[in-house]
Write a protein that binds this ligand. Structure first.
Ligand code: KG4
Ligand code: ZN
Length: 341
């Protein structure tokens, strides 16, 4: 048996997990900082780094305790090296290096995006290649072609905002609070998504790239015209007008994600589609993908909701691929805020 401790601190979640043999998650502990950042309507990098410093020790301890594992039972320690907020990443990287040095363990450096892709394998180790992976989160909206294990080729990305970022910005401009995704999903339930028809951004060059800033601007214009824009969280009841508006926004995001992903599956002739990243826990997105994949004869592997938003189980799971190849990281690695996969 091989056991890896994973550490993730790239944004506003401090997380640690113990995973055995690629996908047996023994523990996955996540300390969320949303309450700290909520007052600011978004993640404040300096505050995030400070919170990670306080949380990292107890979170690692809790992950080991929950797994009933000691440091001496580990085979390696893995950490997110990037991309992400540099101050946040550094806390995890320093903690992982210290653990590796003190307990004489190999260190594994993982790309956060590879972690998101591997999150789908935790509950579906049987996924076959070639596969296509959609990562749809607060920082990224990208499609990767994976011809085989450990081979990732980006075939589409967002040209401006990420989908999760659009959810967050729309929620903010309507005074609905932070993070926007879960709030909008809840408000959209039962609302009239056909109340507004937002245009879909099409790339003139025929590429499959995404763009969400036009949609966000369209929502802002409409909200301003109707006096629905707020600069501070309203905190009160939300009108049906706002609920219909966010439902229409959500539907527009879902549609473009589904269409581009299925067009990519067809173009690349793949039969497996992986749905990952924070936005992938959205139920209407999951349902729309399930329906469309079913019709297209594509097998959908959506990451379990608990592994869609940032977590360390996916980092440890991805680290197994590096461990098995003996691709260990030296103790002098640095964190990289920009770290392409
Ligand atoms: O993967 P993640 O935790 O962090 C990044 O790597 O970015 O994703 C966070 C993003 C946020 O933008 C949040 O609003 C969005 O995922 N999100 C959702 C939902 N839950 C989280 N978006 C739509 N619907 C949700 N239920
Ligand atoms: Zn993420």
């Amino acid at each position: 048996m091989t056991r890896i401790l994973g550490i993730e601190s790239s944004c506003d979640e401090t997380a640690a997990a113990v995973v055995d043999d690629r996908h047996h998650v023994r523990s996955s502990v996540i300390a969320s900082q949303v309450d700290v950042h909520r007052a600011f309507g978004g993640v404040v990098p300096e505050l995030a780094a400070r919170q990670h410093v306080e949380a990292i020790g107890p979170v690692v301890r809790a992950a080991l305790d929950e797994a009933d594992a000691g440091f001496d039972s580990l085979d390696a320690v893995a950490v997110t090296q990037g991309p992400g907020l540099i101050g946040s990443l550094l806390v995890g990287v320093c903690a992982a290096k210290a653990i590796a040095w003190r307990h004489e363990l190999p260190l594994l450096a993982v790309n956060h995006l590879e972690g998101h892709i591997r999150s789908a394998f935790i509950d579906h180790p049987e996924i076959e290649f070639p596969a296509l992976a959609l990562i749809v989160s607060g920082g990224h909206t990208s499609l990767y072609l994976c011809p085989e294990e450990s081979d990732y080729r980006v075939i589409a990305r967002t040209r401006d905002d990420a989908a999760g970022e659009a959810f967050d910005k729309v929620a903010k401009l309507l005074g609905l609070g932070y993070p926007g995704g879960p709030v909008i999903e809840k408000l959209a339930r039962g609302a009239d998504a056909s109340s507004h028809a937002f245009p879909h951004a099409q790339m003139k060059d025929g590429s499959l790239d995404f763009s969400f800033s036009g949609l966000k601007t369209a929502v802002r214009r409409l909200a301003t015209e109707r006096g629905l824009a707020h600069h501070e969280p309203t905190g009160g009841d939300v009108s049906d007008e706002v609920r219909d508006l966010v439902a229409a926004f959500q539907r527009a995001v879902v549609r473009v994600l589904v269409r581009r992903s299925l067009a990519a599956c067809k173009r690349e002739r793949v039969k497996s589609l992986l749905l990952t990243g924070g936005v992938a826990c959205n139920k209407s997105l999951r349902d729309a993908f399930a329906h469309a994949c079913d019709r297209a004869g594509v097998t959908l592997y959506a990451a379990a909701p608990r592994y869609t938003t940032d977590n360390a189980a996916m980092i440890a799971a991805a680290a197994f691929l590096h461990y098995e190849k003996g691709a260990f990281a030296p103790l002098d690695i640095n964190a990289h805020s920009n770290f392409p996969l």
